[in-house]
Design a protein around this ligand. Structure first.
Ligand SMILES: [Zn+2]
Length: 76
């Protein structure tokens, strides 16, 4: 009981990990060099800007795109 549900959750977590590992656009310099440093802390490797964002993606226009991407995957 619950094994099918657990598998679905794990699949979704894999998608989130892919987004977390992906490089995101920097709102300061615009370069795609932003990496997740901590839970909601993001740092740009190009200009060194640090900013708080979402836990899984920066709260920027790029983050919006990522969120739409994730929502699209989940409704599949
Ligand atoms: Zn930057």
């Amino acid at each position: 009981m619950g094994s099918r549900y657990g598998r679905t959750i794990r699949k979704r977590e894999e998608k989130v990990l892919v987004v977390q590992r992906a490089k995101h656009g920097c709102p300061v310099c615009g370069k795609k060099n932003v990496k997740r440093k901590a839970n909601a802390l993001w740092i740009c490797n190009s200009c060194g800007a640090k900013f708080a964002g979402g836990a899984y993606a920066p709260e920027t226009a790029v983050g919006e795109t990522v969120r739409k991407f994730l929502e699209g995957q989940q409704t599949k």
